[in-house]
Ligand binder design. Structure first.
Ligand code: ZN
Ligand code: ZN
Length: 303
């Protein structure tokens, strides 16, 4: 079972060039069909969630524990063949045995969940703090739930109100559609002070970065998970003047077990995010569905 995301879509449209031919797909859970000679971590027949990035293991970044930043990192489904296929081949260290009693449907979202587990850890959120999530897509709706699991009150900020009913169902204390009223005012009202303590940005646009800075209080923390492809003007005057901490958070490195634990305990609900399902041979329709307004996460069933 695989999830389809914006990265897959950009490769599919040609927006993001890769070395062709390439089998796409990087968000997946599956059954181990065969293992190499020295594999000890997983057994044939075991269900695993796949961490679709692996580092070189020998560079200074890898050796000092920054393997998510490795410049020779290999991304499954981007640099090498991925999971939109009957069989996929990955190194054993990418395989995390799945907890029992959790369906493939739920575990399929482990990869994007691991991204926000890391981001929320970087924000060092404390119980009782106020937080905002910028972006109402898969990452935003997952970040909301992880923040809530850490005891934060969460405001969801999005361009449209389309996902707000779902955001509230998943635990958002408040929602704000851009354009309703100035974001600063909405954030202050929500936090009961000058802004929220923590912002997790998940939209990956220049505007989302500006919105994150408008939402956070002086002395607050902003963690960026999106990768804006356009120039991103930042008012550093306000960053310095207000001593805002801005951190980047890049994918994950040890977050898969925690992501699976959050799914297993029900602290994070993934099922409501899966809005569309297709069989592998209907992959063209799956890509089309990714672009629909009501689409959050599209699932692809690989036989
Ligand atoms: Zn993805
Ligand atoms: Zn490395």
């Amino acid at each position: 079972m695989s999830g389809l995301c914006g990265t897959d879509y950009r490769i599919w449209t040609g927006d993001r060039p890769v070395a062709y031919p390439l089998v796409l797909g990087h968000e997946f859970v599956g059954m181990v069909e065969a293992v190499g000679a020295d594999v000890a971590r997983v057994r044939v027949g075991e269900r695993v969630a796949v961490e679709p990035n692996y580092s070189c293991g020998v560079c200074p970044l890898c050796r000092e524990g920054n393997r998510n930043l490795c410049l020779k990192r290999t991304a499954v489904g981007i640099d090498v063949d991925g999971c939109f296929a009957e069989l996929a081949s990955v190194p054993e260290r990418c395989c995390w045995p799945a907890p029992t009693g959790v369906s493939d449907d739920d575990l399929m979202v482990t990869e994007p969940l691991a991204v926000v587990v890391r981001a929320v850890a970087k924000a060092a959120i404390r119980p009782g703090e106020s937080a905002a999530v910028v972006g109402g897509g898969t990452l935003g709706l997952l970040a909301l739930q992880v923040l809530k699991a850490h005891g934060a009150r969460v405001l969801v900020v999005s361009r449209t109100a389309r996902r707000f009913d779902l955001a509230r169902e998943l635990g958002a204390a408040a929602t704000h559609a851009l354009g309703d009223e100035p974001l600063e005012a909405a954030a202050s009202r929500f936090a009961g002070r000058e802004g929220v303590d923590v912002v997790i940005e998940t939209a990956g646009t220049a505007e989302a970065v500006a919105q994150s800075l408008a939402t956070v209080r002086p002395g607050g923390r902003v963690v960026l998970t999106g990768l804006p492809h356009e120039p991103t003007p930042v008012a550093f005057f306000s960053v310095v003047r207000r001593e805002v901490t801005i951190s980047g958070s890049m994918i994950y490195q040890d977050e898969f077990p925690e992501a699976m634990r959050l799914i297993q305990t029900g602290a994070v609900r993934t099922r409501p995010l899966v809005t569309h399902r297709f069989d592998l041979d209907a992959i063209v329709a799956a890509f089309a569905a990714h672009e629909l307004a009501d689409s959050i996460k599209v699932a692809v069933r690989c036989p």
